[in-house]
Design a protein around this ligand. Structure first.
Ligand code: 9WO
Length: 250
């Protein structure tokens, strides 16, 4: 997968290109990251990348011409392919991204991610250059880079070969749309708190069933919207009913 990133701060992306699972995927060539810095597409002596908003007020916007030039350069480098690359802008005004969006984006051969800074970009650039505006949550951060990195990391995890076999299997178990069950490691007592007995039993069937039940219960408690959307099979419905009964009798 080829990811072209339009950003004033390409160095920030070392956080994903140099570390951990995403870093390994980059080194293995599973994903290719390329950067297009609007500052490199400026024409003036001061290499200006910001500009004042019409209507006045405090704050600046990204200067339009260098931004559009950088986006077009990103399109050009990956031209020669059948399909034009999809262009995504990360902003709090975007549609909230979900796991299924990541799954679908991860299947694309190429993608252009536009990272805004300051108070954002000229709306005509959104209308003419951006295919989709995505958010990673209802909060404002200082620029699109951290949001882009979160998306990229999540997409990398769906690339074949990016995860080890163990992690791949785990990722599968998240695909059911449920929250993860509680986990415990050593020591067996922490601040006088023990570990659920079943996890020490060695009974793999019982452990699997307990974990599924806790997943369903955690999702029901913390994310009722996800339970609503999930299509639970017979076993899952029964385990959730058990969880709810036990929860309500406590
Ligand atoms: C900055 C600002 C400063 C003063 C008054 C109003 C203001 N609004 C903004 C603003 O929204 N800046 C954004 C910074 C412009 C687009 C890039 N930035 C950004 C992206 N912040 N947060 C995101 C983001 C992206 C995806 N998901 C969540 C947040």
């Amino acid at each position: 997968m080829q990811l072209s990133i339009v950003t004033l701060f390409p160095e920030m992306f070392a956080a994903i290109s140099d570390w951990g699972i995403s870093g390994r995927a980059v080194k293995q060539g599973i994903v290719t990251l390329e950067y297009f810095n609007p500052r490199d597409y400026t024409m003036d002596k001061h290499r200006t990348v910001d500009d004042k908003p019409f209507g006045g007020g405090p704050g600046m916007l990204m200067k339009t011409e260098p931004l559009v030039a950088a986006i077009n350069a990103a399109r050009g480098v990956i031209a020669g392919s059948i399909e034009p690359a999809k262009v995504i802008y990360l902003s709090p005004q975007g549609r909230p991204a979900r796991n299924q969006d990541i799954v679908e984006l991860a299947m694309l051969e190429k993608l252009i991610l536009v990272c805004g800074r300051y108070q954002g970009i000229d709306n005509r650039v959104v209308e003419s250059e951006i295919d989709e505006e995505l958010s990673i949550g209802d909060f404002v951060i200082s620029g699109g880079e951290l949001a882009a990195m979160a998306l990229i990391d999540a997409m990398i995890r769906f690339q074949p070969g990016a995860l080890g076999a163990d992690d791949s299997a785990q990722q599968d178990s998240f695909a059911n749309g449920l929250l993860h069950c509680p986990e415990y490691t050593r020591p067996q007592k922490v601040n006088g708190q023990g570990v659920p007995e079943v996890l020490l039993s060695g009974d793999h069937g019982a452990i699997r069933s307990w974990r599924l039940k806790q997943s369903l219960g955690a999702t029901w408690l913390k994310r009722p919207d996800l339970i609503e959307a999930a299509e639970l099979d017979q076993e899952q419905q029964e385990l959730l009913e058990q969880f709810i009964n036990e929860y309500q009798s406590q």
